[in-house]
Design a protein around this ligand. Sequence first.
Ligand code: 4AD
Ligand code: MG
Length: 455
Amino acid sequence: MGQICHVTDMKLIKELLSQDEALENIVVNGWVRSRRDSKAFSFFALNDGSCVGNLQVIVDAGIPGSEKMTEANTGASVSITGNLVPSPGKNQKWELQAVEFRLLGGAPEDFPLQKKGHTREFLREIAHLRPRTNLFGAVFRIRSRATLAVHQFFQERGFHNVHTPILTTSDCEGAGEMFQVVVPDKKEEFFGEPAFLTVSGQLEGETFATALSRIYTFGPTFRAENSNTSRHAAEFWMIEPEIAFCDLKGDMDLAEDFLCAVIRDTLDYCAEDIEFLNKFVDKELLARLEGIVAEPFARISYREALELLEKSGKSFEYEYNFESGLQSEHERYLCEEYFQKPTIVFDYPKSVKPFYMKQNDDGETVAAMDVLVPGIGEIIGGSQREDDLEVLTKAVEEHEIDAKHYEWYVELRKYGSVPHAGFGLGFERLIMLLTGVSNIRDVIPFPRTPGNCKF
Ligand code: 4AD
Ligand code: MG
């Protein structure tokens, strides 16, 4: 058997050839994207998911294994040994001249991903096969790389990754959007009290930030909000850094650095996939990403945001006032039309934010911030945390949440309390930003949304 190569390795071939390395007898495994037959030979377009490009393979009739060729329809898996040679065709520089053909798994002609384009809706119905398309290949290679970029960003800055629990008894955001965990047919509670799937690792994250100083979580979170939008999923991944000895300004700086670093990494390491997405999904993707990292984000207070909405003279569907918070149409006006770049809104009214946020001296606002990006709206939400024992105890009462579930959290303010801050980035919204894909269902392998938990 020759050396096993990936299609992506073929990109290195030119250099290898110029160094006179033998490119004979290499083995490429993959799935057939298409086959064209002529009398004496067949052309295969082979893809193994390592990159967006296919490898053209020529299989002469009569080589070992070639009798199985006719079963190798679109979707079949094959293992082909051959020699890489310059291609006379104009679509590729190199092609593989097969010397041995091995059919691994055939595919009947009803394989759903034939060459014609499919709608995203149809592809969601076959989520077990859609990773084999160019689009989903590109999205999930970017998702994988972005995962590394997230860890790299924090680890390089001395943050420690903490695995916060998925099962919990406290509702961090206090929005009542939790899924309850029950054991079927058991009357008594498994944990002795009602337990839920976490909406956020923040509260547990804070306990580690007040010990290791800089931490981040990166895990699945769950929300039973019944919102059927293109930006909400019932299960999504969140990254939550938490920093001791840090205020809101430091928090906003970190959020901005973080977003830009992951975008730069994607531009550097996923250039081919970005190019593909720019061509076929969103023609402004590349320019938008390059624009985001080119200049500082806009930063405005919530009160200033209201003034800008007022001045816009636009008629919005939803009303806005100090108490109402911002709807997504308002957020999008600010970052898409007014600033035309990522915009951080800070100092929100206390009434629209959770109990744990640091109260400002004005008595009306909290040291909260949301990062809004064009095309998506809110991508990050964060705040400085209330570090005063008395004020936090009162906030728990005012929000009418069950104090006994938060005793340990409040106690962090009793023993060595420090100013601290953090934020949460919705990982799927980040992947939407990085890929230009406009529906959250298409950037997570198996989306969970109201009415849909298939696969
Ligand atoms: O603004 P949120 O609710 O903030 C928190 O959960 C805080 N505990 C974060 C923190 O300070 N540590 O959620 C944070 C982000 C949002 O900005 C959004 O990007 C994403 O999580 N998000 C969702 N993504 C997909 N589907 C949903 N249903 C989401 N809800 C929030
Ligand atoms: Mg939020």
